[in-house]
Design a protein around this ligand. Structure first.
Ligand code: AMP
Length: 130
């Protein structure tokens, strides 16, 4: 069965997209730990990030870097933190999270923003990605 993220790639379920190219996609986490919390995924379904071949992994990180630079401009913060967890969704992904202190990176503090807020945040981030 396809992962929930592969269903997003296929357009079978919606997402708040912030960037994509032919290989990778970035969209808002549906339950952000901070506003602007973004997930970056390979479009190809690969379960575990560290199983990716080196070349693909490097390209993936470079795409995530581009997203992180735009995210920092769109959501003013001290740093964009990057995390890999992968316990919930078996499709490789990088979490990019705007943080001002260590406590902002709290995966037990998931939020739920309105669809309007999510759309507006996604559009703001997308407009800052070069
Ligand atoms: P993990 O696999 O532990 O890194 O966590 C998966 C993340 O994906 C969680 O932060 C979820 O909130 C997020 N998530 C799960 N389903 C969706 C979805 N349909 N759209 C956006 N984010 C999702």
């Amino acid at each position: 069965m396809a992962s929930v993220f592969s269903m997003i790639v296929a357009g079978e379920i919606p997402c708040y997209k912030v960037a994509e190219n032919d290989k990778f996609l970035a969209f808002l986490d549906i339950n952000p730990v901070m506003p602007g919390h973004t997930l970056v995924i390979p479009k190809r379904e690969v379960s575990y990030i560290f199983d990716m071949p080196d070349e693909e992994y490097v390209e993936f990180e470079l795409f995530a870097k581009k997203v992180a630079l735009g995210l920092k401009k769109a959501m003013p913060c001290v740093r964009i933190a990057e995390a890999v967890i992968g316990l919930e969704v078996p499709h490789a992904h990088i979490h990019l999270i705007p943080i001002n202190n260590e406590g902002d990176m709290n995966f037990r503090n998931k939020q739920s923003l309105s669809g309007e807020e999510m759309s507006s945040i996604a559009a703001r981030i997308a407009s800052e990605i070069k």
